[in-house]
Ligand binder design. Structure first.
Ligand code: SIN
Length: 536
């Protein structure tokens, strides 16, 4: 066995799983980089609802059926099969046994399966409403015990190191695009180093922060998608941005997720004057209709009646002690903001939540660029189609993290140890960078991107909005690129550059696709749709 070096960019469930599985092989060196000062901070941490599995008296075929139904005709049956067949065993092996995660149980020790939209039966494992955090604490603790894993925090990747782009050898031009690591900005020392690797895995998470209203933390600004795009990777399905129907709409608590599990436990959406409205849009499933249908229904109620939010009532359907036990985080946050959810409904609005598309990968997590893998939300395995089934993303991160690791170990063993010469890699060139980034400019431009995306590339789209968004984003992209080329690096500047690039990718995909399907909805579409429910 050789001693390959694998660079993993990002440390959520998918990156951490890849690292753990790789490190089981003696001799493999793994470097995980995260821009966060504390590796616990990632999108995974904020996953409340849980992680799907196949319940004890359930069958993989049922989960496959539900994934395909939620995906509105665009989910890959092959990807759904892989998830449903491999997921439950890996969940047991990696999350329960390696990471020591203890999911909620009933008093008799049997698993407490939660219910979420479009799941034909309860099958969601959870740790209260802090499932993502429990998973990350377990995975990180195990990662720290592995001597061949190095974790670099406070380290923001600037760009992938790809040949021929970064090669000094003119003959490299004739080869396929191949990734050999990345240029990484040390946020403390403010220096850039090239980290050379035999394989690179993108695990940077999502892009919700390109929208004004989102459930995502600040790091979810499309870093991985933008750098893969600049390197020439194939990107697919980025018009399918999933909006979560219920983010908190209380001053000071904007974007805080109110888990779909609240509706799974019987919560009902109401207009501000107390009318339950989901039956008008989805008579059978009502509040547990597909997420895209519920989000658009809320948007329609708000827009046509001038409401600033709608309400989610769980207090009338579950006893107070049960609410406090099942949803301790949501209960505490709401109470802090003056809402006692056991006694009064919660004000909610939809918010950008998950990118169903991303860097195209095959069943092993391989992208279209040689030696570059992508796992988790930054990738598109095809699983989520046009609308992700709730609580499938954590499991997808585990399954494709495992698959990417297995493929890397098999492929590096079959190849020569190193194909590049360190002298062939140019050092980061800072000449011409004359000033420090002005935080006001960065914040202002970021807010402009977020407002454009929210108003023109949001839940309901049309040609006029999308072309306006693209014009404005192109102008901004040019300004930001000039700014980037003359300004000393900072994490904020790197993020802004990635955010505007990602916003353009999403807006262009949305404009290019005239067909309404799942979470991509155009008012002006004249094409038949897989599923279209807007007005009652
Ligand atoms: C939620 O708890 O509602 C989020 C779960 C998910 O997005 O899968």
């Amino acid at each position: 066995m050789k001693h390959p070096h694998v660079l993993i960019i990002g440390c959520g469930v998918a990156g951490a799983t890849t690292a753990l599985r790789l490190s089981e092989q003696p001799g493999v060196r793994v470097t995980v980089v995260t821009r966060e000062p504390d590796a616990l901070e990632s999108n995974t941490r904020y996953a409340q609802g849980g992680i799907t599995t196949v319940a004890d008296d359930d069958r993989p075929e049922n989960l496959i059926h539900d994934i395909l139904e939620a995906g509105a005709g665009a989910s890959s049956p092959a990807a759904a099969k892989i998830l449903a067949e491999e997921g439950p065993l890996l969940l047991d092996r990696i999350l329960r046994r390696s990471a020591g995660v203890v999911f909620d149980q009933h008093a008799d020790g049997s698993p407490y399966y939660g219910q979420e939209a479009v799941h034909s039966r309860p099958r969601i494992l959870h740790v209260g409403d802090r499932t993502g955090e429990a998973i990350m604490r377990g995975l990180l603790a195990e990662m720290h015990r592995r001597p061949n894993v190095t974790l670099l925090s406070n380290a923001t990747v600037v760009d992938l190191l790809t040949f021929p782009h970064h090669s000094r050898d003119p003959l490299a031009t004739y080869g396929a695009i191949t990734c050999h690591g990345a240029y990484v900005f040390d946020r403390t020392r403010r220096t850039v180093e090239a980290i050379v690797a035999d394989r690179t895995v993108l695990a940077t998470g999502g892009l919700g922060r390109i929208y004004r209203n989102t459930t995502n933390p600040p790091g979810a600004r499309g870093d991985g998608l933008a750098m893969a795009h600049r390197a020439g990777a194939r990107i697919v399905n980025t018009e399918y941005i999933q909006f979560h129907p219920t983010a908190l709409a209380v001053p000071g608590g904007e974007g805080f997720l109110i888990s779909e599990a609240v509706r799974g436990e019987g919560g009902v959406l109401l207009t501000p004057d107390g009318r339950a409205f989901m039956g008008d849009y989805a008579p059978d499933r009502k509040d547990l209709a597909p997420r895209d249908v519920v989000a658009r229904a809320i948007h329609h109620e708000m827009e046509s009646n001038g409401y600033s939010h709608v309400l989610l009532d769980i207090g009338s359907h579950m006893d107070a002690a049960g609410i406090r036990e099942r949803f301790p985080t949501i209960y505490a946050r709401c109470l802090q903001l003056g809402i006692d959810m056991t006694r009064e409904p919660i004000p909610v609005v939809p918010a950008a939540h998950y990118s169903c598309g991303g860097v195209w990968v095959d069943e092993w997590g391989r992208s279209s660029i040689g030696r570059l893998f992508a796992v988790g939300e930054v990738s598109c395995t095809g699983l989520h189609g046009a609308n992700r089934l709730a609580s499938t993303s954590l499991l997808e991160g585990v399954v494709w993290g495992d698959r990417a690791a297995r493929n890397i170990l098999a492929s590096v063993d079959a190849e020569p140890e190193s194909v590049i010469n360190a002298a062939d890699i140019p050092r980061w060139d800072e000449r011409g960078l004359v000033s420090d980034a002005d935080p006001a400019l960065i914040q202002g431009d970021m807010q402009t991107v977020q407002n454009i995306m929210w108003h023109y590339v949001g839940l309901v789209r049309n040609e006029e909005r999308l072309s306006r968004a693209i014009r404005e984003l192109r102008h901004l992209w040019t300004e930001i690129e000039m700014f980037y080329r003359t300004t000393r690096l900072s994490d904020g500047l790197i993020g802004l550059r990635n955010a505007v690039e990602t916003a353009l990718i999403v807006a262009q995909a949305a404009r290019h696709n005239p067909i309404n399907r799942g979470c991509h909805f155009r008012q002006d579409s004249r094409e038949e749709t897989g599923r279209q429910s807007l007005a009652p």
